[in-house]
Design a protein around this ligand. Structure first.
Ligand code: NDP
Length: 326
């Protein structure tokens, strides 16, 4: 028997309970994994609270990330005892996910635990960290270099934002962090590598089509009017990697930054990111993230606490990454 967080729907409300299951309850899969850690992402928060239509069929075990050890495998790439990581691929959305002590999964979804990471550290990174790495890579691919100027990161105290600040700083970029919580999180963001802190309110006023050029690059986790403001302040020939919607999924902008300043807007998705790119990103994360990131920017919780933290993450109250010990 093993513990799992199960989501059900009762009178159109999502209800989360901890249940004891046996392996016969698990969906079909090629690899059975003993989950050591999962993590709590914004999307998990939307799923557990029912605030977002993340889950289409119930009952469902949430958890878009997991790390653990292979118990049984029908795929020659994985043997019993191998340490593995999974992020994305719709796990925790339409296939039972990481918030259970066991998970039954497709082999293609797994990657080996990156060298130098423990299962817990891999979950401190998780989907949010992988996404941050893909955003940084998008700026590098756009040839935005440290000498070009400052990189802006929005939603900086969150999971994606805090890893993005850390990675950019490690790579030698100057970083400006936009946050709604300067008093609470300013010192942490500075320790992670932010050179400048900007109050979110400055990015919530309506944007003019073009404003003063300030940023060589940007990573946006917020969307909506904040992204519109960011776009209006981008340098000529700069690039923005957009991955999130913490402030809304609309984008009230104009074509002006694109057609007059050659600004490039690159969308970033981590869920269906191809395996090779994913593995390369994990290896770079293992090389770049300093010990200080893991000591400062992460909270460990139990499965019982997941619903409470899900509420917090959907109301912008979490800082850094939250990992769940199974
Ligand atoms: P978090 O909740 O940890 O971080 C989001 C941060 O955004 C908050 O900490 C807060 O930072 C800021 N924020 C929250 N609410 C608002 C608001 N109403 N207006 C402006 N800023 C706000 O979430 P994650 O870091 O896990 O995810 C960030 C976003 O990226 C989410 O939208 C998520 O869905 C998306 N995402 C996308 C992925 C992809 O593959 N494309 C993968 C992973 C995440 P502060 O207090 O510092 O302002």
């Amino acid at each position: 028997m093993f513990d799992a967080l199960i989501l059900n729907q009762e009178e159109k409300r999502t209800v989360a309970t901890i249940e004891q299951l046996d392996e016969s309850h698990l969906p079909e899969g090629e690899v059975l994994v003993a989950v050591d850690y999962s993590s709590l992402n914004y999307k998990d928060g939307l799923a557990i609270t029912g605030k977002g239509k993340i889950i289409r069929h119930f009952p469902m075990v949430p958890g878009i990330d997991l790390a653990g050890q292979v118990l049984r495998s029908d795929d020659s790439r994985y043997q019993e005892g191998d340490s593995v990581v999974l992020t994305g691929w719709g796990v925790g959305e339409n296939h039972w996910g990481g918030m259970a002590q066991k998970a039954s999964l497709k082999a293609d979804w797994l990657v080996p635990l990156p060298h130098g990471f423990s299962a817990k550290q891999a979950m401190m990174v998780g989907t949010a960290g992988l996404t941050a790495m893909l955003c940084v890579q998008a700026l590098i691919d756009a040839d935005i270099q440290p000498k070009d100027g400052t990189i802006l990161v929005t939603g900086a105290s969150g999971g994606v934002g805090s890893v993005a600040v850390t990675l950019l700083s490690q790579l030698g970029y100057k970083v400006a962090a936009v946050t709604g919580r300067i008093e609470q999180n300013g010192p942490l963001l500075e320790q992670l590598g932010a050179n400048q802190l900007i109050d979110r309110s400055a990015f919530e006023e309506p944007a003019r089509p073009l404003e003063k050029q300030v940023w060589a690059g940007a990573i946006d986790t917020v969307g909506s009017k904040v992204l519109a403001k960011v776009l209006s302040q981008m340098d000529y020939n700069s690039a923005v990697a957009a991955c999130g919607l913490a402030g809304g999924f609309d984008l009230p902008t104009t074509v002006m930054p694109f057609i007059l300043r050659n600004v490039r807007l690159q969308g970033v998705d981590s869920v269906s990111c191809p395996r090779e790119k994913r593995m390369a990103a994990w290896e770079t994360l293992a090389e770049l993230l300093p010990a200080q990131y893991f000591e400062q920017a992460c909270t460990e919780i139990t499965l019982n606490e997941a619903p409470q933290y899900a509420e917090k993450i959907t109301t912008g109250q979490n800082t850094g990454r939250v990992v769940i010990k199974l």
